[in-house]
Write a protein that binds this ligand. Sequence first.
Ligand code: ATP
Ligand code: MG
Length: 405
Amino acid sequence: MSPIKILVVEDEVIVAADIAGRLKKLGYAVIATVVSGEEAIKKVTEERPDLVLMDIVLKGEMDGVTAAEKIRAKVDVPTIFLTAYADDKTLQRAKITDPFGYIIKPFQQNDLRVAIEIALHRHSIEAKMRESLKVSEATRESLAEKSHRQNQYISMAAHELRNPLNAILISAELLKIDRTRSSDESQVKTLRLVHSATQKMNQLIDDMLFVGRAESGKLKCNPFPINLVEFCQELLAQLQLGNEAHKLTLIPSDVTSAILDQQLLYCIISNLIVNAIKYSPNGGEVSLELEYLQAGGGDKEAIFCLSPECLIPNSNFTKINSPSLIIRIRDEGIGIPETEVGKIFEMFYRCKNTERIKGNGLGLTIVKKAVDLQGGAIGCESKIGIGTTFTVALPYIALSSKSHR
Ligand code: ATP
Ligand code: MG
């Protein structure tokens, strides 16, 4: 074990040499003996001793009490005051600096050892207490934040469920009242309303369950070989049904297959494409592009085509450091306001410019969770009135060394 390092601050050179000698005999390392408060502050900052032995009465502008105060404000090093004589006022000031001990001059070698060991022990206990206080404070804060977030989710979910539930209730009332009077056609219309409201509730509950499972760590990534081209073509064909006013295209690329979690990949691409359709005018083109990137194949600006105002929510993602599959979904839609782009992955967040378009604000939360679960990253570049591009980078495991081609 390396010896404890002590700085001696004493303006009487002979006394300083005597103290240093005694300390060395006791097995301590004296890093320096200095004669003024200013020098003491400089030495402590440079050399970080384990303890300072400080004479209270020092010649010069700064006495030991002021020097100890300044040291305490800069670094966490315990100070023991040495004093032969000090007036009451000075002693009161010394007390306020909360020193770790006093030694009255003249003193015995043993007094010195006892004062130093007590000071070091007290200092280490205080440091541990501070550390555990910090940990418990952080735990308390994170629990409070978690419970606040859960309450928020519950009230938001309840709010979102109320609309379709009301639609069902009103439809049921209509069916009851008009059972005899209304035509078959009007009853079918009402039943359709019930069906659509039920579907909406179902989707919301499914989405919330997905987020809940992801947050509690119950959702796992199960990678299997996927034929990416077939997978994307089928997904686009499915989404094209009912969205004939938009043109969905898969941009040809040399990526063919990979080992990925199919369910998570579906969540990512389908939610991003549904958004691209939903937030672009009829006639707009939505494209899906796959690209293979080698390790070190580009930094984040290059991969995510980011201009400075765009975001990477996964800010620790700076470089592609392993082979990656890049998925790009581009639309010619209304765009995302610059001031809101940092919030779109938050649960239930919806941008001001899309308030009139229906949605729960869960799709991108799901996408982000699915990307995180696979150790990937997501970025978004958008311009109001021009369009939006979401770029996802997922760790790429090829079926064989050439299988992406
Ligand atoms: P849902 O839960 O049904 O997906 P949503 O689409 O409103 O509802 P998210 O998919 O999480 O929710 O998207 C959050 C918000 O981000 C949207 O409400 C919209 O304001 C904005 N947004 C997402 N994608 C686009 C896009 N391609 N173009 C413009 N705005 C978008
Ligand atoms: Mg959505």
